[in-house]
Structure formats: structure tokens, C-alpha cells
Design a protein around this ligand. Structure first.
Ligand SMILES: N[C@@H](CCC(=O)N[C@@H](CS)C(=O)NCC(=O)O)C(=O)O
Length: 289
């Protein structure tokens, strides 16, 4: 669910802060987790400097507090064991507080985040001194950095192909909540057909053919992460979607039990709930007011 209060609450860092006087450091306000807020709190102790370094190094996710296109990024970060990141999308909310709803194009002009949105779009992820946009580029960078992108060019290209195919299916799910009610039911049928006729047979055949636990090579890759994300999201709408695919059923259980992924699937993780009406209304108000 996406609303202003939840979005701001999500900014809180998970680890316990080091002891120290500047109360502003641990404020629930989103802006207080920024490096400038940390710097303005008087002379920091060594521990606080270390804390600031940790906070600065963490990836920062600029997106509403909802699945959308950022959810794949949350998935791959979780699979890589990078559970500590800062979700940030407070600027437009602050803008809305002072100036009423702003179109994305106006918002980006007045917000610090907006100044760094290359194509005036989110997701944007601040990571390793860069401000990355374009979901696939973000996914590739994180996957490459955390050895989730194969061991050579051939594996990498296979992974890329599987990810692209799966993202085409996932895109139908991402857009589904924005369809008219009448079209939504038809689209569920379309998604089920696409999954069952076009995509799942491919992955079932791969798994049956090589007898490995993973789609490519003998280790987890971005392809597994995006496929699992898509299967689980589809199962929320169509619970028996895997009934004709025994290898994919077994695969889903195995990949879901990889410790980093298992944690992500447990309550309290950064995984976002399915979109609801509030999410749809809020997305319209942010991006298309
Ligand atoms: N190709 C881009 C598409 C990003 C995109 O369409 N983002 C939406 C939010 S999910 C957005 O920022 N829309 C506002 C706009 O395009 O002005 C990607 O994959 O990241």
C-alpha cells in the first residue's frame, strides 16, 4: 500500500543507531537520513562518522513505497544479501505538502531527486556514487556486482534473454492495476495464457533438460530472481498457474528457500504488498495529477 505516512515511515534505517546526542539523526523524518542532515548535527563522534559512512554507502531507492518497476530491484538486492538500503521518495511528497500535487515534470525541477532523474522517470537508485535510472540497467549493475550475472559472456547473454522474456510477462502484471475494471478480468485470462502457453513451457523445458536447480549454470542468477518474482506475483492472482509444470513447482520451492530470498519472503521484509486501489490513486496523483 502506498500513502504518504507509509512512504516516510519506510525511510527508517534498520540497524540500531550508535549512541550520541543529535536526536535529529534518528528522526522519523525522511530528510534526516540524508548526509546533509547528519552533517548539520554538530561534531560527529567516530562511531557517528562510521554510521554516516554506512548510511551514505547504502543504495538509495527513489520510488513510491509500492511494487511497480522498483520491486525487481528490491528482489535482486535482497537475493544479493543487500537488505540494508534506504528507500526514498519523500521529495515529491514534501512538494505536494507545500505546493499541492505536482506533475512529475514539475516535481523533478524543484526536488533534489528530480535534478538527477536522467529521463525524468523513476526508478532511480543511488549506488556506488552513481545515480542509476532505467530498471534493466539498475538490475544489470546489481547483478554484475553481486555475481548474479553468470560466469562468462554466454551465460550472461542467456540470463539476459530469460530476464527480458520474464520482464515482458511481469510488465503485464505491473500495468494490470491501471486497467479499467472490465479490462482487468480479461487481462488476467491473457496473462494466464501467456504464462502457460508462451513462457512457462520454456523454463520448464530448461529445468527438465539440465536437471540443475537454477536456470543458468549451477548458481543463482538474475534470471532466477526475476522468474521467481513473476511466478509468485502471478500466483497471487492465479493460484494454480503452475499446476501443469512440475519442474517449475519444485524450482519455486527451492529458490524460495535460498536464505536471502527466504528472508525477503517473510513478513517485515522490504517486499511490497500487492497493489490496491490506494496504490493506484496515489500513483496517478504523483505521476499524472
Ligand atoms: N524504461 C523505464 C520506464 C520508467 C517509467 O516509466 N517510470 C514511471 C514510473 S514506474 C515514471 O517515472 N513515469 C513518469 C513519466 O514517465 O513521466 C524503466 O524501465 O525504468
Amino acid at each position: 500500500m502506498l500513502n504518504i505516512a507509509v512512504s516516510i515511515g519506510e525511510i527508517l534505517p534498520e540497524p540500531r543507531p550508535p549512541p550520541g546526542p543529535p536526536a535529529a539523526l534518528w528522526s522519523r523524518r525522511a530528510a534526516d537520513s540524508s548526509p546533509s542532515a547528519l552533517c548539520s548535527s554538530g561534531a560527529p563522534s567516530g562511531l557517528q562518522k562510521a554510521w554516516k559512512a554506512i548510511m551514505t554507502e547504502r543504495p538509495k531507492l527513489h520510488y513510491p513505497n509500492a511494487r511497480g518497476r522498483m520491486e525487481s530491484v528490491r528482489w535482486v538486492l535482497a537475493a544479493a544479501g543487500v537488505e540494508a538500503y534506504l528507500p526514498l521518495m519523500h521529495e515529491p511528497l514534501q512538494c505536494r505538502a507545500v505546493a499541492g500535487p505536482l506533475p512529475m515534470t514539475d516535481w523533478w525541477k524543484v526536488s533534489d531527486t528530480g535534478n538527477h532523474l536522467l529521463f525524468q522517470q523513476v526508478p532511480m537508485v543511488e549506488i556506488d556514487g552513481m545515480k542509476l535510472v532505467q530498471t534493466r540497467s539498475i538490475l544489470h549493475y546489481i547483478a554484475e556486482k553481486h555475481q548474479l550475472f553468470g560466469k562468462d559472456l554466454k551465460e550472461r547473454t542467456l540470463i539476459d534473454m530469460y530476464v527480458e522474456g520474464t520482464l515482458d510477462l511481469l510488465e503485464l502484471l505491473i500495468m494490470h492495476p491501471f486497467l479499467k475494471p472490465d479490462d482487468q478480468q480479461r487481462e488476467v485470462v491473457n496473462m494466464a495464457q501467456k504464462a502457460i502457453i508462451r513462457y512457462f513451457p520454456v523454463f520448464e523445458k530448461i529445468l527438465r533438460g539440465h536437471g540443475q536447480s537454477f536456470l543458468v549454470g549451477n548458481q543463482l542468477s538474475l534470471a532466477d530472481v526475476i522468474l521467481l518474482q513473476t511466478i509468485l506475483a502471478l500466483e497471487e492472482k492465479i493460484p494454480n498457474i503452475l499446476s501443469a509444470f512440475p519442474f517449475l513447482q519444485e524450482y519455486t520451492v527451492k529458490i524460495s528457500n535460498i536464505p536471502t530470498i527466504k528472508r525477503f519472503l517473510e513478513p517485515g521484509s522490504k517486499k511490497k504488498p500487492p497493489p490496491d486501489e490506494i496504490y493506484v490513486r496515489t500513483v496517478y496523483s504523483i505521476f499524472m495529477p
